[in-house]
Ligand binder design. Structure first.
Ligand code: HEM
Length: 489
């Protein structure tokens, strides 16, 4: 009897050790596996990653390893040490984890994926003269969606909408028409249908990434994906040639890689997400902060008015006049400081050592992931940004009106004091286009529309905590507002 009990005890112990994984060696970061075998901290991480990582930071400091659904993730939360990760793109790989997500979210597999060729292609199309050209197409599309789509009667009436839907839908459709072209006969209809489907897809994105869809949600995502694939591939034929340059080069690149037609269709959805998924939500937070902070709204309006008084109508303001906008730039920086919350995730290809800014070294194991979360620090770090939870429109302005770039932690001037676009080799390729699109959108809305909150006392909605780690945050609920074209338009 006693032997059976001992045997069972040992079997249970061995099973527990196998299931609960590894132990920490002396040179590794503190290891926190959580109490649930294999799953570890997955539930807390998925529920509210920001809260969870802040709790772990309190417990372990700026670097620690946690177990999440069988994986070991080392979180690094000291911005002074971020370069140790961002500068090492050989050992700490961006592409592999991106491929895992491509497969999980987009059912896309690109085995001969050449990330650097693809990035070079993007750079070519989102910089310099090509960027100027894209910005000008975007301007035309924004204006036609915002200003020219109504009957004269409609134009006089107030319309009500949720601010999130209003911003996301307009920027998504204008961005889609700009980068993916439009069917000649029906530009608005195809972009609206794609937007509607895309919102359903986007709503389930975090669950797809974490593999936590319910059977019902799995059915929905599968049918929405199919629907989007066919809408997007319909759109691939009969486009206007001048709108196709980036898309054409991208498709040609895929064909050269031997990617079949089905995967090309799927790649379109990935590109729609990468190029349209963050801009609308960012514009929502920005306009929301302006509508709930009258001082900020007045400052931005004064800046825009000072630019547009020389032209007969703000619509005719040349784009280069919108370059010098320090107040708007500070508002955008502040908005993204509060709402851009991506994980910068890298897969560890070989055992390596991370050297922190204070000289401390930590060994990291092959097969683990390293994750930076700039939202916690620098962006919400009270040592760097006083009262970090408050929106202060002039936080990134010096007294003389120039851009403020001096921020400190531990007495050291920071290289990274806000990081909405990532940094280093994998910094966002589309950031200049994104900034220009948001600026043009806010400029057009504020100069051409009367826009007000339905309830002047409403405050900004809470964030959807399950989206921490996935780019720009989204609200729980919406902010109701009404708008109409100004009398002069
Ligand atoms: C508010 C809008 C946007 C935000 C906050 C944003 C943020 C980011 C961040 C944080 C990364 C780095 C990810 C990492 O290092 O792990 C990134 C990468 C990237 N972004 Fe954006 N992005 C935005 C809009 C756009 C747009 C409009 C485009 C394209 C037109 C774009 C294209 C890309 C691409 C291609 C990469 C990958 C770069 C690489 O492979 O190295 N993004 N973005």
């Amino acid at each position: 009897m006693i032997w059976t009990a001992l045997l069972l005890f040992h079997v249970a112990l061995i099973l527990f050790l196998i299931l609960s994984g590894r132990s920490r060696s002396k040179r590794e970061p503190p290891l926190d596996k959580g109490i649930i075998p294999w799953l570890g901290h997955a539930l807390d991480f998925g529920r509210d990653a920001s809260k969870f990582l802040a709790k772990m930071k309190m417990k372990h400091g700026d670097i620690f390893t946690v177990r999440v659904a069988g994986l070991y993730v080392t979180a690094l939360l000291d911005p002074n040490s971020y370069d140790a990760v961002l500068q090492d793109s050989v050992t700490l790989d961006f592409t592999r984890y991106a491929q895992v997500l491509m497969e999980r979210i987009f059912r896309l597999s690109l085995p001969s994926h050449n990330a650097s060729a693809e990035k070079a292609l993007m750079r070519r199309h989102f910089q310099g003269e090509s960027l100027t050209c894209l910005n000008s197409i975007m301007k035309g599309n924004l204006q036609s969606l915002l200003l020219r789509s109504e009957t004269p009667q409609d134009r006089e009436n107030w319309k009500q909408d949720g601010l999130f839907n209003f911003c996301y839908s307009l920027l998504f459709r204008a961005g889609y028409l700009t980068l993916f072209g439009a069917e000649k006969n029906n530009p608005n209809r195809d972009s609206s249908a794609i937007y509607e489907e895309f919102r359903k897809f986007d709503g389930l994105l975090t669950k797809m990434a974490r593999n936590t869809l319910s059977p019902e949600e799995k059915r929905t995502t599968s049918s929405v994906r199919q629907q989007l694939w066919s809408l997007l591939s319909l759109g691939l034929h009969g486009k206007k040639a001048e709108d196709m340059s980036w898309l054409q080069s991208y498709l040609q690149h895929l064909q050269e890689q031997g990617v079949d037609e089905e995967m090309q269709r799927r790649a379109m959805l990935l590109q729609v997400w990468a190029t349209q998924g963050n801009v609308g939500p960012a514009a929502f937070w920005l306009l929301g902060f302006l509508l709930t902070n009258p001082d900020a709204m007045n400052a931005v309006k004064m800046e825009f008015n000072s630019l547009s008084w020389q032209v007969d109508s703000p619509q005719h303001l040349p784009l280069d006049k919108l370059q010098n906008t320090p107040v708007f730039d500070s508002v955008l920086n502040e908005t993204l400081r509060l709402t851009a919350a991506p994980f910068i995730t890298r897969e560890v290809l070989h055992n390596t050592t991370l050297r922190m800014a204070d000289g401390q070294e930590y060994d990291i194991r092959r097969g683990d992931r390293v994750c930076l979360f700039p939202y916690l620090s620098p962006q919400m770090d009270p040592e760097i940004h006083k009262e970090p939870e408050k929106f202060k429109y002039d936080r990134f302005l010096n007294m003389d009106g120039s851009e403020k770039r001096d921020f400190y932690k531990g007495g050291k001037r920071l290289k990274y004091y806000t990081m909405p676009w990532g940094a280093g080799k994998n910094v966002c390729v589309g950031r200049h286009f994104a900034i220009s699109s948001i600026k043009q959108f806010v400029f057009t809305v504020l100069t051409c529309l009367d826009l007000e909150l339905c309830d002047p006392d409403s405050s900004m909605p809470k964030v959807n905590a399950s989206r921490y780690g996935f780019g720009v945050l989204q609200p729980m609920g919406d902010l109701q507002m009404r708008y109409k074209l100004k009398g002069t338009f």
